[in-house]
Design a protein around this ligand. Structure first.
Ligand code: TXA
Ligand code: MG
Length: 331
């Protein structure tokens, strides 16, 4: 199969709709990362997503809809705080988990009685979802465990020849996946941290919890149990206080391979003469660059050495979660 990458042009949406209606999988831009989408009503189409990604069968998918889609067709009621959150944050990088009406394919939620819904804000995503006018089940458009894609080229690198179409909306500005929020209880609970922070949710909903998996428990958001976002090269990770050791590790690798640091701007400035990838200075910058640089790092380095950033507030919760998982750091 030939994989076309199409930027906004006449006919691109009609072609995407044609593929979706035929039960094919189409990759599309969102403001967070690229998604790998299929008709959420079709068992066959949804199963194709799992097969393409090599995704475990117990890791549910998010359903994407356009801003005017009537979600009461899919969900079985919502608490008052959820309606407030929708008007405050949607369209945007917030996924809300609701009791499901069971209308979409059973493969979307993997046997859970809930459904995750997302209304992405990127104009390309909105245009695609409106044209399809179907709920689109979509995970991030990367092979399972690999780094999430933030350009059409990243999607192509993982799925060339396997999907018919990638809708190219440019680089993703958000850079890390949406916040996943459980809206089935008395207060909202964050299942996956992202660009919409706990503080921002609490300011609208009055309160907000963060889910922590207990030993031996089946995770509420199964995706969080898996190793994720890993670059395909060796990795090492150091706190800022052990920069000397990190440099020794670099020198060691440099004898036979090509090491590279991944760190915030302030630390890059201290590492003159070393290969570095600069994450930036603010949490938003680090979110936007993280996956881009992990993909660059794996292409150019034999060993990628991460240094713990000094920032910790707000969006950094999401950035640190992804960074630690990419480097296999226990938290
Ligand atoms: O930004 C994003 O959310 C991107 C773009 C494409 O929209 N999508 C994305 O999908 O990151 P994925 O499949 O890579 O991650 C979905 C996460 C997983 O951790 C999964 O376990 C969780 O959402 N999830 C999906 N349905 C759920 C449900 N019913 N209950 C709890 N967690 C759910
Ligand atoms: Mg993913």
């Amino acid at each position: 199969m030939q994989t076309k990458i199409l930027a906004p042009s006449s006919g691109w949406l009609e072609l995407a709709k044609k593929y979706i209606e035929a039960g094919e999988v189409v990759a599309f831009h969102t403001e967070t990362v690229y998604g790998l989408g299929a008709n959420a009503f079709s068992d066959e189409a949804v199963q194709k997503i799992y097969a393409l990604k090599g995704r475990p069968a117990d890791n549910p998918l998010i359903v994407h809809v356009h801003r005017d889609y009537d979600i009461t067709r899919l969900i079985d009621g919502e608490p008052p705080y959820a309606a407030l959150l929708r008007s405050a944050f949607l369209p945007g990088p917030l996924t809300m988990v609701y009791p499901s009406k069971g209308k979409v394919s059973k493969y979307v939620s993997c046997g859970l009685d809930t459904l995750a819904i997302r209304v992405p804000s990127s104009p390309a995503a909105q245009a695609f979802l409106r044209e399809a006018d179907l709920p689109i089940a979509a995970p991030s458009a990367n092979l399972s465990k690999h780094v999430s894609p933030v350009t059409a080229r990243h999607v192509y690198d993982d799925f060339n020849g396997k999907i018919p179409l990638i809708l190219d909306g440019g680089a993703c500005n958000g850079g890390i996946e949406s916040t996943v929020l459980d809206c089935t209880g008395e207060i909202p609970v964050i299942l996956r941290e992202g660009l919409v922070t706990r503080e921002a949710v609490a300011a609208v909903a009055g309160d907000c919890g963060v889910y922590k998996m207990k030993e031996g428990e089946r995770p509420k958001s199964p995706g969080m149990a898996y190793k994720h976002y890993s670059p395909r090269c060796k990795t090492a990770y150091f706190p800022r206080s052990r920069l000397d050791e990190a440099m020794a590790c670099y020198e060691d690798e440099a004898r036979s391979g090509s090491p590279c640091f991944l760190c915030e701007s302030a630390v890059c400035a201290l590492l003159r003469g070393f290969e570095t990838l600069d994450l930036g200075g603010t949490p938003e910058e680090m979110a936007r660059r993280l996956y881009l640089l992990l993909r660059k790092g794996e292409a150019r380095a034999t060993l990628l050495i991460g240094i713990e950033p000094s920032e910790h507030g707000g969006v950094m919760a999401g950035v640190l979660n992804r960074l630690h998982r990419a480097f296999g750091v226990e938290t």
